[in-house]
Structures are given as structure tokens and as C-alpha cells.
Design a protein around this ligand. Sequence first.
Ligand code: NAI
Length: 381
Amino acid sequence: MMEKITVPFVYGDGVGPEIVSSMRLVLDAAVARAYGGSRKIEWLEVLAGGKAFDLLGTCLPEETVEAFRKYGLGIKGPLMTPVGGGIRSLNVALRQGLDLYVCQRPVKWYKGVVSPVKHPENVDMVVFRENTEDIYAGIEWETGSAEAAKLWKFLRDEMSVKTVRFPESSSFGVKPISKEGSERLVRAACRYALDHGRKHVTLVHKGNIMKYTEGGFKKWGYELVQREFQEEISSGKLVVNDLITDAFLQNAILKPEAYEVIATMNLNGDYISDMLAAQVGGVGIAPGANINYDTGCAVFEATHGTAPDIAGQNVANPCSNILSGVMMLDYIGWKEAGRLVENALESCFASSCATPDLASLMPDGRPFGTVEFTRLILERI
Ligand code: NAI
């Protein structure tokens, strides 16, 4: 009997339709080749972003969120937030709506891709970035507003705060970091490490300065590890340590081979993911997923934006979205199809074939349009 899996997908805005079309063709070909017709992806288009706004007057329809929830899976192109759409960021709204608390970003180098570091082959990490807390909670007030003045008055009069340098002209933000939020993120990172033959989990934080928020993350993380992973620690299967963020950013360039799984909070994770991605070829080929490991719901996505400057020109690099598709295949256990895609991509890069963004950096780079590059991948699969 044929095994089918329904995958809701969003084309997205800007280059979204180009790269998502490419990703679907590549995944279909890999699944067909790997399983000889016994497995199939059933694609279900759902709307978000500009297309949803034009057709339904809302950029994130409830049906879209519901489809991701129902099927426990989804993949999307990048989304822009239409001005006046009433939502700060669609991606943040989606992550919060489905409580996708892990932003997972694997960072590894594919042979042939030009990198600014001497040994990109030593970079092989998976970042677990907390996705629902930190200053991304959007709790902030602008300088001059009644709320900012009210908050300052409270801080000054009732909390004895004296260290705001220019209170009258300050904007204020709030950084919530919770025990539960830290624990579930660190738990997911440790379980992932054990399930994927990786030994080292590094908690990255700025707890030396932000003692109760980032310091809390570190403390709760270690306590969780002591409670739930004692056996794995004692047997040497798992090693958990921690590092201050600035030291990590330096070490990740000087000796990337020392790190395997990184567990960190939202803002640190944002910077770290892009810095690491740059070491292996940039965000054009960096995949990502947003996952709730308790419900199992996972939404995979290209990590870059809508690239409006090159949209519709057949030059967008589809690799970020394709590799997000590979993450999805791995997540559902269709690993053979995922390896076929990775091997095909590596074979393209090894023969200097790539979209213009990457080909222009290769010594003998041969640039191909999105459609033509997709065809090359399909031939190799
Ligand atoms: P961007 O990632 O869209 O573009 C930055 C630069 O990278 C541009 O020069 C672009 O041409 C290039 N680039 C991006 N993706 C590429 C690809 N696949 N192939 C080749 N070149 C590529 O970032 P920007 O300009 O800051 O944001 C544009 C829009 O995207 C904004 O509306 C922003 O809100 C949205 N955005 C959406 C994200 C998402 O949906 N996950 C993430 C980041 C931004």
C-alpha cells in the first residue's frame, strides 16, 4: 500500500513561489526515486502573506494555522508583512500561535560552496534557538509615550531603579525568560543530541550581565540536565557545558569543531544562526524549522527573507528552502530521500554549478537560473 503524507505549504512572497516550486519538484523526485512509488507527498496549498491578504483580507488566516496544527507539519516560503496588516511579524505570529518553541537551524558545509573561513568542513552544528520568549515577546514602549513615562515612574518610585541614564528620552523593553521555556528548549536540544549521535550540548548565554534572565536560562538548563539526563551524563554519552555569548561567537570561528548542539535564547540564537550560516555559504543555503517537540508540530522554512530585489527574475537560490525540505524528510523519517537531495546538491556544487549568488563566488562558477539549477538537481537525483 502506498504511504502518503499530507504537507500543507505556503508559497510565500517575493521569491517564495520560485523557491517553493523548486523545492516541491526536488522533494517529489527524491521520494519517488528513494521509495519506488511506495511513498508520496500530497501537497496542500494554504495561504499566508500577500496572497492571503489580497484574497481574504488577512495575512494569516486561521485556516492556515489550523492546517499546520491538523497535519502537524508544514513548509513555507518567506513572508512579508503588508503595511497596515495589523501584525508585527507573520513569522513570529505563526511561531507563537502554534507554540513552536524551538527554532532549529543546522549549519553544515557542502563541498564546493565558497566560504570566508579556512576550514568550513569543521563547521557542523545544530542551533536550538528558543522561539517564543525573550525580547521577541514584543513588550516595549516608545520614548515619549504615556506608557514609557508610566513605566519609568513605576521603576523610579516603586522599584528604586536609578541606573537609567536618560530616562526622559528612553524607550523601554521587557525580556521575559521563564523556567519552563528554558527547560523545554534545553530538553529538546539534549534529546536531539542523543538521538543524532552528537555528544556535546553547549548552553550559550549572557548570564554574567543579565543574571536572572540569561543567567536563569543557564541555571535552569543545568538543573534540568541533572534531573533528566543524569544517566547519559554519567555514562559519557552526553556532555553539557556553557559559554558566554561573546566568547562563543569568537570560539565558533576559531575552533568550530568543538561545538555540536547549541542551546540558546531568542536574540542570541538569531545572531548566532546567521553568523554560523555565513561560515558555510550564507543564508541563501541555510535551512530552518520551527518545532514544538511536545505536540510534534513542525513548520519548515527558508531562513532568508522575500528578496524583493530579485523576485521574479529566475535567479533566486532555492537551496535554503530545499534543505528545509530535507529537514522535513528527516523529521518524518524519510531519510533516504533526504540523503538523495543532499548528494545531488553537493554534486552540483562540486562541479561549480549554482545560482548566481553562489556561482559568482566560486573560482570557476557556472551560474544557472532557479529553474535550470532545479533541473540539474533533478537530473542528479
Ligand atoms: P532578504 O533575506 O529578503 O534579502 C537580503 C539579501 O539577500 C538581498 O540582497 C536578497 O537578494 C538576498 N537573498 C535573499 N534570499 C535569497 C535567495 N534565495 N537567493 C539569492 N539571494 C537571496 O532580507 P530583507 O531584504 O531584509 O527582507 C525582505 C523582506 O523579507 C522583508 O519584508 C522582511 O520582513 C522579510 N523577511 C521574511 C523572513 C521570513 O519569512 N522567514 C525572514 C527575513 C525577512
